[in-house]
Design a protein around this ligand. Structure first.
Ligand SMILES: *Cc1c(COP(=O)(O)O)cnc(C)c1O
Length: 388
């Protein structure tokens, strides 16, 4: 099974595994508990927090898709990150994270560090000197997030893993923005991969979930133990829906990306569009790395509106096929204004420091017909241009 391609793994995992009725699609097991066959004979599943057959199927699928030894499906992406912290870090340990990581990740690492659970250092991981200095502090773990949100900054996973290995530092990668279809960090040298499965992996904006996948068997066993211990594991119903979402993951990612590339062409022609951020663009600083380590450029993109906030408001409200919403990776197209939405907790100064222009807009390009999406964008720009 290890050598199968992602689309095949996604579609086939658990198919024809039902030994009772030969159901083609695996049934869902909602039971919280399982009887012991005999006194003292502990079954594979006894209680659903520790293990559930539906969750196991999703874990197997995700471990295979990321080429890992095992996975723990959690109740959200934050729970997967927190599980890693619980399993790996003690009070004297240091974790290094990107300064522009997901806001919830920043809050988790910062708050737990302030409580004394461990130490956290946020750095610009594309700055090779800052990275060397951080690794010289002998951290236990370094977390990468590439491409980053919302400016799609890219770092070299293989290069950082090689440097980390030399000093015995574990590497975890948040792979939420690309999914295993477009990037597989364990094959580039990472020890752990994390996803918010809420995003592309489930892909239908109806499940909040997460996963952590380990390269080594021993780490996978350890994470499963901690997942049960701290109560981080995902529910059967969420696992069932997410497994259903995964069936179409490869096909969805293909259309997401095709649509994003067409929308980029449309954006380039608009007078109101300033800098565009997407790793497919040759002028994007991470373009060469992305070409090397990704098997596609993904469907998240950002751009600066070359105009007033009034024009930005008119543009957003004129759009009919892009919902103004947070989150990403669903089949439906979304637009977000990081300044007033995902990154509103950051002060104006902090936003400026992070390179967030007040007129920056982020698109999560869906899988609608790209011609409709482009018509929609063009008519919304036509209205915004008229504003004086
Ligand atoms: C959404 C997200 C998370 C958090 O996941 P939840 O499922 O919302 O807990 C972590 N990392 C990235 C990159 C995300 O986009």
């Amino acid at each position: 099974m290890r050598n199968r391609k992602t689309a095949t793994i996604s579609v086939r995992t658990g198919i024809e595994s039902d030994s009772q009725h030969n159901a083609v699609v695996p049934p869902i097991y909602l039971s919280t508990n399982y009887s012991f066959p005999e006194f003292g004979d502990v079954p594979e599943y006894d209680y659903a927090r520790s293990g559930n057959p539906t969750r196991t199927q999703l874990e197997n699928a995700l471990a295979q898709l990321e080429s890992g030894a095992g996975a723990v499906v959690t109740n959200c992406g934050m729970a997967a990150l927190n599980l890693l912290l619980s399993a790996k870090l003690g009070p004297d340990d240091l974790i290094v994270a990107p300064h522009d990581c997901y806001g919830g990740t920043y809050r988790l690492f910062d708050s737990r560090a302030k409580k004394g659970d461990f130490n956290t250092l946020f750095i610009d991981q594309s700055d090779s000197i800052a990275l060397k200095d951080a690794l010289a502090l002998k951290p236990k773990l370094i977390l990468l997030e590439t491409p980053s949100n919302p400016l799609l900054r890219v770092v070299d996973i293989a290069e950082i893993c090689q440097q980390a290995k030399q000093v015995g530092v574990l590497v975890a990668v948040d792979n939420t923005f690309l999914s295993p279809v477009l990037q597989q960090p364990l094959t580039l040298g990472a020890d752990f991969v994390i996803h918010s499965t809420t995003k592309y992996i489930n892909g239908h904006s109806d499940v909040v979930g997460g996963v952590i996948i380990a390269k080594d068997e021993a780490d996978a066993t350890d994470l499963a133990w901690w997942g049960n211990c701290i109560g981080a594991t995902g529910t059967a119903f969420d696992s069932y829906l997410t497994l259903r979402g995964i069936r179409t993951l490869s096909a969805r990612m293909r259309v997401h990306e095709e649509n994003a590339i067409r929308i980029l062409e449309c954006l380039k022609k608009q007078s109101l569009v300033g800098t565009i951020y997407h790793p497919s663009l040759p002028e994007h600083p991470g373009h060469e790395i992305a070409k090397r380590q990704q098997s596609g450029f993904g469907a998240m993109l950002s751009f600066e509106l070359n105009g007033s906030l009034e024009q930005l408001k008119v543009f957003i409200s004129a759009l009919q096929l892009f919902s103004l919403a947070e989150s990403l990776g669903g089949v439906e197209s979304l637009i977000a204004h990081p300044g007033s939405m995902t990154h509103r907790a950051m002060s104006d100064e902090a936003q400026a420091q992070a390179g967030l222009n007040p007129t920056l807009l982020r698109l999560s390009v869906g899988i609608e017909d790209s011609r409709d999406l482009i018509d929609d964008i063009e008519q919304a720009f036509a209205k915004a241009v008229e504003v004086v």
